[in-house]
Design a protein around this ligand. Structure first.
Ligand SMILES: Cc1ncc(COP(=O)(O)O)c(C=O)c1O
Length: 435
């Protein structure tokens, strides 16, 4: 959650911490930030702003870490950030991909992710989505009794078999924002354990000739900083899991990442270790595949977003507004969840940030805030490039056309080569849907 406005905590006013920046970041003697061996301000000049810059080496490292941490299988949760280049990385490393719509399935398949490595989620899958998944051999996570009926109709209609998991809500309250909690009973997702609802669903699925029910799934929420809710989930899931001879137990995603210099989150390796240990302690057989589907923890910290400062408005005794050329259309997390970010100048990344500002976008909403309580160097001027770190997850993927702003460009940079992976939208793009 957002740090208090105008707090003068050291971490906010000191130079930006390298731990919030992508892994190949370095700051030269002149204070200029480089990512992937390219100066960030050069990329902003070449590709324009707002601009998402992803550190490709960091992405590759995170995918490899997750793959090694969950040897039985890990799926990248593509909702966090998806484009062709990202899906191609997933395909290259041979990990699985979690998708939750026809659109995500289309991009995954079209980018070379094999159908057998794709798993379809969603609490209200359409007939088309179910048919597409069954036809292509995509694994399906079943979310409701209506979906069991739909799956029956689709598999018998197509005369095709389908692999499935059943999503269970274990009743675990993760300490995170209300809108991203999903493991508690009062949730639109999955089958509750209470009143044997999940048992009934399992029995029903066992009766469907075309469905191979591999196991259970749970996802308790997102941006979770503690490992104990996962251990608790394992303890709660073990009895129902062990009653059947299932082969897979998926713990979902949700591992948190630090957005502010004073936050700490466990690594994916630590998360996996805790989950695998908890599975063993809960009596889950060694040959069961304990799988996971992290999104944010793979991509969030690998990217920054660059903006150009357009106006600095001082309101004496109140605050200073620093307005940039993007806003809630490229990062809706602050307005959705009150999420906190830091802000810094890539051209002076070693500078102390002693001026309190509220970084706002250019949308027609007072809630269009990117950084509620940020700090920048006192001599920051209109026209300079500022950046928000840790914007690789749920930014571009949640981007909108509000006020008909053009969705930003995305660059992957590695070994001195920035490559444009999503071009900035054009004015013509805005009219493409009008008939
Ligand atoms: C079913 C499921 N799995 C995985 C994820 C990924 O979560 P995160 O990005 O927090 O790791 C989500 C996110 O909402 C989800 O709904």
């Amino acid at each position: 959650m957002q740090t208090e406005d105008f707090s003068t905590a050291d971490f906010l006013t000191s130079p930006i911490s390298l731990k919030l920046l992508p892994s190949t970041s370095f700051i030269n003697d002149g204070g200029e930030l480089f990512i992937g061996d390219v100066a960030v301000t050069d990329m902003a000049a070449e590709f324009g702003t707002p601009l998402f810059i992803y550190d490709e080496e960091n992405l590759r490292h995170n995918i490899s870490e997750a793959k090694a941490a969950f040897p039985a299988g890990v799926a990248y949760a593509s909702k966090a950030f998806l484009c062709k280049a990202m899906a191609e990385l997933v395909a290259e490393y041979g990990i699985n991909m979690d998708v939750s719509s026809l659109g995500e399935m289309y991009i995954a398949l079209g980018s070379g992710v094999p159908a057998e490595n794709i798993v379809l989620h969603g609490n209200n899958k359409s007939v088309l989505e179910m048919k597409f998944a069954v036809e292509n051999g995509i694994k399906i996570v079943i979310d409701s009794f209506d979906e069991i009926n739909l799956l029956h109709d689709v598999t018998s209609g197509l005369k095709k078999k389908c692999r499935a998991l059943l999503r269970v809500t274990p009743g675990v309250e993760a300490h995170t924002h209300e809108f991203v909690k999903t493991g508690h009973e009062d949730s639109k997702f999955g089958f509750p354990l209470a009143d044997s609802v999940a048992h009934r669903a399992i029995e029903q699925l066992f009766r469907l000739g075309h469905v191979e029910l591999l196991g259970l799934h749970s996802h308790i929420g997102s941006q979770i900083f503690e490992l104990s809710p996962y251990v608790e989930t394992m303890e709660i899931m073990a009895p129902i899991f062990n009653r059947y001879s299932f082969s897979e137990l998926c713990i979902g995603g949700g591992l948190g990442v630090p957005y502010l210099g004073n936050e700490y989150a466990p690594s994916v390796s630590e998360w996996a270790k805790a989950a695998l240990q908890a599975a063993e302690q809960a009596g889950i057989a060694k040959d069961v595949a304990i799988t996971a589907e992290p999104g944010r923890s793979i991509v969030a910290a690998t990217a920054i977003t660059c903006y150009t400062v357009g106006s600095i408005k001082e309101i004496p005794q109140v605050r200073t507004y620093l307005a940039v050329d993007g806003g809630m259309s490229d990062n809706p997390r602050p307005i959705l969840y009150g999420s906190g970010y830091e802000v810094f100048l890539p051209s002076r990344a070693d500078a102390f940030r002693e001026k309190a500002v509220r970084v706002v976008g250019k949308h027609c909403e007072s809630g269009d805030i990117l950084v509620s309580g940020g700090f920048i160097p006192v001599d920051t001027e209109v026209g300079e490039i500022i950046a928000t770190p840790v914007t690789g997850a749920y930014g571009y993927s949640m981007a909108s056309h509000y006020n008909r702003l053009l969705r930003p460009a995305v660059v992957f940079v590695r070994d001195g080569n920035p490559r444009l992976v999503c071009r900035r939208e054009s004015l013509e793009d805005l009219l493409r849907f009008d008939v």
